[in-house]
Design a binder for this molecule. Structure first.
Ligand code: SF4
Ligand code: SF4
Length: 312
């Protein structure tokens, strides 16, 4: 029964990616069931289940997408995360969960990260992780050392195809095929680009946020440099300057009691709202499809966006 439910979550969530705006409705109707599943797993079987966890390894990117959902172009001094720390945090996370359906390694652009092979190997070495994705924008072909690590039946390279600017996508796909690496090109026709707006303060009350989170229905957690956030928006938004209350993430940067961390992961999954939701349009009528990967041409655009962080 448990396996059937897990497969159903996987099927619906993956299918949802391919059908554009309806994905949002689909996610929203499925979200309560997902939470119920996590509750039953934890309360009755003492199992901590996470459907999807993303680990950013760097804030650097080769592109400057205006509506990047990670807001990468708005980081003033983008940095790589220290590999030894990331590996330690991954160990702690893996120790505390029972299943992660999808563990997604990304950036910025993960292929700019020199130690990527170590992160990939660590993820693949954990048998609680069912599948591993590496997400790239198709502008780079990694070294042989990294390509060799990508060859694993549980791993898929996901190439986001942004048209001409993903100018190495074919070369990368060929390199993957030659080595028997699973590789998927996700085209712009997927219509899966949305804008959650800038980081100004929306002034919403708790009841609005509860409704918003139900519609947002996020099942993708962001493991940002040792801190597990409910969503990438909260994870990157807090780095860019919105408030970051400790109750809104699970902290793996210090060695804490395993059972306490497991409880906190479970509780994070069940939360009805976060401070970050007040700096986000996802789950509201403002959240609409937009053209994918529109590039920032003008430095002033970045300055203007940054000036709005936290403003009422
Ligand atoms: S390719 Fe674009 S969307 Fe992806 S991380 Fe870089 S800036 Fe963001
Ligand atoms: S900040 Fe809130 S509304 Fe926005 S994506 Fe995260 S959980 Fe959803």
């Amino acid at each position: 029964m448990k396996k059937v439910f897990q497969e159903a979550i996987f099927f619906v969530a993956e299918k949802g990616k391919k059908i554009g705006i309806n994905r949002e409705k689909l996610k929203a109707s499925f979200f309560p069931l997902y939470r119920l599943f996590c509750r039953v797993e934890y309360k009755i079987f003492n199992q901590v289940y996470l459907y999807h966890v993303e680990i950013p390894v760097t804030q650097r990117c080769t592109l400057k997408c205006k509506d990047c959902s990670f807001m990468m172009p708005y980081f003033e001094h983008p940095k790589d995360y220290e590999v030894d720390k990331l590996l330690t945090y991954m160990d702690r996370l893996f120790e505390c969960v029972d299943t992660i359906q999808i563990f997604r390694i990304l950036g910025g652009e993960p292929f700019v990260y020199k130690e990527l092979d170590k992160i990939i190997s660590k993820a693949l070495a954990c048998n609680k992780v069912k599948t591993v994705d590496v997400v790239t924008n198709g502008t780079l072909v990694p070294s042989d050392k990294v390509l060799d690590t990508l060859r694993n039946s549980r791993l898929t390279v996901q190439i986001s195809d942004y048209g001409d600017i993903s100018y190495k996508k074919n070369e990368l796909q060929k390199a993957c095929m030659e080595r028997g690496i699973k590789c998927v090109i996700r085209s712009m026709a997927d219509k899966n680009w949305f804008s959650a707006g800038d980081l100004h303060f929306r002034g919403k009350v708790a009841a609005d946020i509860k409704t918003q989170l139900k519609r947002c229905a996020g099942i993708c957690r962001s493991f940002q440099n040792g801190k597990l956030y409910f969503c990438p928006r909260a994870s990157f938004g807090t780095l860019l300057g919105i408030p970051n209350p400790p109750k809104d993430y699970v902290d793996f940067t210090c060695a804490s009691d395993k059972n306490e961390l497991r409880k906190q992961i479970y509780e994070l999954n069940q939360r009805k709202g976060f401070l970050a939701c007040n700096y986000c349009d996802e789950g509201t009528d403002e959240y609409r499809t937009i053209p994918p990967a529109e590039q920032i041409q003008d430095r002033n655009q970045v300055e203007k966006w940054r000036e709005n962080i936290g403003k009422q």
